[in-house]
Design a binder for this molecule. Sequence first.
Ligand SMILES: [Zn+2]
Length: 179
Amino acid sequence: MNCPFCGYYNSKVVDSRDVNDGIRRRRQCLSCGSRFTTYERLQPTGLFVIKKDQRREEFSKDKLLTGIRKACEKRPLPTGTVDKLADDIEAELYRRGRVEIPNAIIGDMVMDRLKGLDYIAYIRFASVYREFADITALKQEVDTLVSNETEASRPISQLPLLPTEELVTVAKRRQRSQK
Ligand SMILES: [Zn+2]
């Protein structure tokens, strides 16, 4: 690795240690003396996705990203959320150490995470992925989310599904019916 400061081709290792899944090396440039860090990691072998029709396709992070990005379009999520989600899933897939993985499992992983993040994105993704058989199945899922929403169980990171006024109304209605 060339020195990032002066571009010199040679450096010496001043420290090296094992990190999670590789080796971290602290290096010093032999020309300008600047220090920088490199990571050495095993290149994972190809990962294949088993599709519904049983065909195999090489795992593509770009495809994964596109799917998540579509679901999250115009949702007020913090910058970098989508990329981080895809990174996490990719890392977990490789950690599992399997050569082939059913597409449905990847879909579940995405849905799990979106559910904790933004229900709208979750429903969008699920409607493509799970292919809700009909509008009733979709409504059922939305109803479950809406009833979770009014309970304390809603993850703090979750964006509100309903406008605040509606939430208050639902909560009041609930209180009244409990009396
Ligand atoms: Zn240098």
